[in-house]
Ligand binder design. Structure first.
Ligand code: SAH
Length: 494
């Protein structure tokens, strides 16, 4: 089935021919009648020797006889929905030869158009096509969309339409108009309308429209995009992204998330990699201030959470100092995302009393560097799961320092690369092997150190010669994992 071109057809005043008089023909007739409704619709003509009474009732004209070529005269659209397959093929051929739109139910090869699955919130219509690949999937999608769209949405659209001329008169600027509508639709007015208080919504909309227009300044939303999987975006992040005029993002943000950005929004890539800074932090800060002061709604999109090793705090401070409105939208940080994607609980009774998130950025620092030295002794002493960000290239060093500070070399450790993404890799071993475990990985990768690593989902662990038989060793070490046996060695002690 070739890709189909989606369009919505206005059938007002057009003639639609239905060849066939049975149930199938009736279903098509109902769709046509439903889509054109309120007397302004298509003129329905039915040709068949026997016509179902309900179908006859919908039709403007019924021709009780077999199909003839001249039935196509003056017609825009044809359904060949009779029981006779040869007749349907003939109708389709003749219709195509005349350049008419024709549909033969369940025979896409004969049809020039197919009927999508429909969610009807008149005047809002959502049409779904799977390109003929899976009608069941189409129905499932329809159910999901049905559930997501409020029943009163169609009436809301009509209500808003009634105000369009008034809004255009008050707000001549297109951007200002768009924002006005977005505020109405996302805000209390639409909520009130959908909740059934249509008079209240009307009154409030009139009031807002009459109120002197306050000067609209720009704003910046610091948005966490999560660890990669677009499903892990928050609903708020999605809404803010879709409303943005400008999106400033870096390398960690997955392309599939950028697909949610409005197509006419500007995207600015300020990707940073460890050694080559494409755009400096000062330049990014200045860019955010400049764009917001130009009146744009700016989204600063960051991997994970903006406030976890994301320099979100610095950007927030600069924006506040410049008097720019800042909205903060949290995201799922790498440690939390990677934990869920590998089956490693970050805290677990008897195994980890807490979580410590650290960056290995300053791991090599011993004075001299701008980064303060890490307190390895404190980290080694804590009965915590340790999540090390930006630690891939220093994995061996991290292990060395932790062991020197008293952490047991046999402590389970994991490296999760591209966590939550389709190309996620999980390797596990002992702390002493961390350098070797990380070798060959290119990141982004998160290091997890702690007993909870033994709970990792075995199916997620990458096969590698480096990976030791840590589970067997650990589960056979008395007292180490409580009541586990070699068979259920991965089960937690409780
Ligand atoms: N603000 C981000 C962290 C930015 S620092 C957050 O909250 O997650 C960049 C580091 O995050 C990387 O070096 C890596 O350690 C970690 N990271 C980010 N995304 C990751 C992913 N999908 N898988 C593994 N680690 C990731």
């Amino acid at each position: 089935m070739p890709a189909a071109f989606p369009l919505f057809l206005t059938l007002t005043g057009q003639t639609v021919l239905i060849v066939g008089g049975g149930e199938l023909a009736l279903r098509k007739a109902r769709l046509v009648a439903g889509a054109s409704g309120d007397g302004r619709g298509a003129r329905l003509v039915v040709v068949a020797p026997d016509v179902h009474p309900d179908l006859a009732a919908l039709a403007a004209e019924v021709r009780r006889r077999p199909f003839a070529a001249h039935d196509l005269d003056g017609v825009t659209l044809v359904f060949a929905a009779g029981e006779d397959e040869d007749e349907a093929a003939l109708v389709a051929d003749l219709a195509r030869a005349r350049g008419l739109l024709v549909n033969v139910p369940d025979r896409p090869a004969l049809s020039t158009f197919i009927m999508p699955a429909i969610v009807d919130r008149g005047p809002i219509t959502v049409a779904i096509s799977t390109g003929g690949t899976s009608p069941v999937l189409a129905r499932r999608l329809r159910a999901r969309i049905e559930a997501a769209l409020e029943p009163g949405l169609g009436r809301l659209a009509t209500f808003l339409d009634g105000f369009r001329a008034a809004v255009r008169a008050v707000k001549s600027d297109e951007t200002a108009r768009r924002r006005f509508w977005e505020r109405v639709i996302d805000g209390p007015i639409a909520q009130r309308f959908l909740a059934g208080d249509e008079a209240g919504a009307h009154e409030q909309l009139v009031k807002v429209l009459n109120a002197a227009e306050s000067a609209e300044g720009g704003s910046v939303a610091l948005v966490g995009a999560g660890p990669g999987d677009p499903d892990l975006l928050t609903l708020r992040a999605l809404r803010v992204l879709q409303n943005a005029d400008v999106v400033v993002h870096d390398k960690l943000v997955d392309d599939r998330i950028l697909d949610y950005v409005r197509r006419d929004a500007r995207r600015v890539y300020v990707g940073k990699s460890k050694s080559c800074h494409t755009v400096s932090q000062d330049e990014i800060n200045a860019l955010l201030v400049r764009e917001a002061q130009a009146g744009h709604r700016v989204v600063r999109l960051k991997g994970g959470d903006p406030f976890v090793f994301g320099r979100g705090g610095e950007e927030m401070a600069v924006l506040r100092a410049a008097g720019v409105a800042v909205e903060l939208v949290p995201g799922i940080t790498a440690a939390v995302g990677c934990a869920a994607a590998t089956g490693i609980p970050l805290t677990h009774r008897g195994l980890a009393q807490g979580i410590t998130l650290v960056t290995a950025h300053g791991a090599a620092a011993e004075g001299g560097s701008a980064e303060p030295a890490i307190d390895w002794t404190a980290l080694a002493r804590l009965d915590h799961t340790l999540a090390v960000y930006m630690g891939l290239s220093k994995a061996g060093l991290v292990a060395e320092r932790l062991i020197a500070a008293g952490k047991a070399p046999g402590t389970p450790a994991a490296v999760v690369q591209n966590g939550t993404r389709p190309d996620q890799t999980l390797v596990v071993g002992r702390l002493a092997d961390l350098g070797a475990l990380a070798a060959g990985l290119t990141g982004p990768a998160l290091i997890l150190v702690g007993e909870v690593v033994t709970l990792a989902d075995p199916a997620k662990i990458a096969a590698s010669d480096i990976i030791t038989d840590i589970f067997t060793t650990l589960s056979s070490t008395p007292g180490r994992l409580g009541d586990t046996t070699p068979e259920n060695g991965l089960k937690a002690a409780v």
